[in-house]
Design a protein around this ligand. Sequence first.
Ligand code: ZN
Length: 497
Amino acid sequence: MWISRVFYLSGLLILLSCKSSELTRLNVVVGLNVGESKEVELINGEVIKLKLIDINIVRDSLRKAVRAAFLTLSVDGEEVTLGCGNYNLPVRVGNIKIDCPVIKEITATSSYYARSAILQSDARFRLWPANSPFIQKGTFAFPLKQAWMASRTQSQNEPAGLGWAENLASDNMGYHATHDFGGAEGMEEIFSATDGLVVSSNNEVMDDYKDLPGDVRPDVVWVVDGRGWYIRYSHLNSIKPEIKAGTNIKMGQKIGYMGKQGGSGGWVHLHFGVHYRDPVTSVWEAEDAIPYLWEAYVRQYKPALLAIARPRLLARTGDEITLDGSKSLSLSGEIVTYQWIFTDRTTAEGAVQSRSYEKAGEYSEILKITDSKGNVDYDFTYVQVYDRDHPDRRIPTIHPAYYPTLNINPGDPVTFLVRTFGSDTGDEIWDFGDGTEKVKVNSGVVQRQTQNDGQYASTLHSFQKPGHYIVRVERVNEFGFPAIGHLHVTVADRRKK
Ligand SMILES: [Zn+2]
């Protein structure tokens, strides 16, 4: 009697201590082939019947790379179509939230999955109970103090195509499983997304962690968190001296500044990747962290509305491409209008639009959405267009960024930065969208061998009135092909503060 009571108490204590400190996934990960059904037990014990009915893959005309994939599923008998990766957030279906981070073909044809296994099933899904957050509250923070996707990004299986345009000659599609957030070099601060152990920093690595699923470099920090996730922060311009291999780090602790060191492609960004070993096979896997990043951002910054025009697209002149803003979402009302504002200054109403281009170049198309409460948001999708008759003629690409991106008041100086790749000629011309005169800068000529050297062209601008500004920047290369970029700058109304 006495013994059993002690056992009972210690068992309870173990249970309680696990509950308070254990970090765990809130989703379950499931692989399915087309035609296959599975019963899936969620973390709350509920069982869901899932069937993958069909996968529809959209490819570009030049490389036949996957630009979008749509998966038709039955969830407890309810049919639903999900977009895979590509800035799609999990959607609610019946009693669950579900997303598809990746399909098999993407893992089979990309160096960004090199250390991961090729998917065993046609597609992978993550399932959460409908009322569950994506990640445990208070365990994951947005690693930047930057407005959501304020600059260019590469994420969730978008083929790599920045700084330089996509490499048409390469069989490696470079589907970027992890997340690149563009920003201002040496200005944008980087913070740890989680508590954890710094296992590698500034070219040092702990003895027990030599088998990392990526580089040990002077610009890279690896943190292992309580979930056993290996979180990579790359291309840092500088790392705080106290962020040493073997030290503990707290969520929100500053790691350093954004840069373009290492294999950055020459464009300034944070590469943020989450990796883990499959608990059964021990093979490295890439975890799509966008739902967690998004949820952390929403908790911290409480946006009302999110326009989503990405990912980047690829075409030849004359090809018809589809722009899709229907992934956009409202957190406080309902989206009532979708408007596209094209680089040729024409506009169209409706989330989905077809488009073709007469001239090669890199274009940035503007999506404007409005919700039932009058909130407005913008996003941009870049389209890289090659000349149908001369696909060997390179196109320029442009990376605009600004700092700060949050809490800008009228009259505040804002730094605007730009760099153009694939151009031997021309200046960048800024149009700040507020009626002020255009400003000419020059970021020079970027060479591949020395792409990490040099600086973006910089200029300061301030906006005199509150509002939304669409800032445009353009440079034309030696073939007469333009690269056009946009930024959305929100200037606050002080009186509302
Ligand atoms: Zn990256």
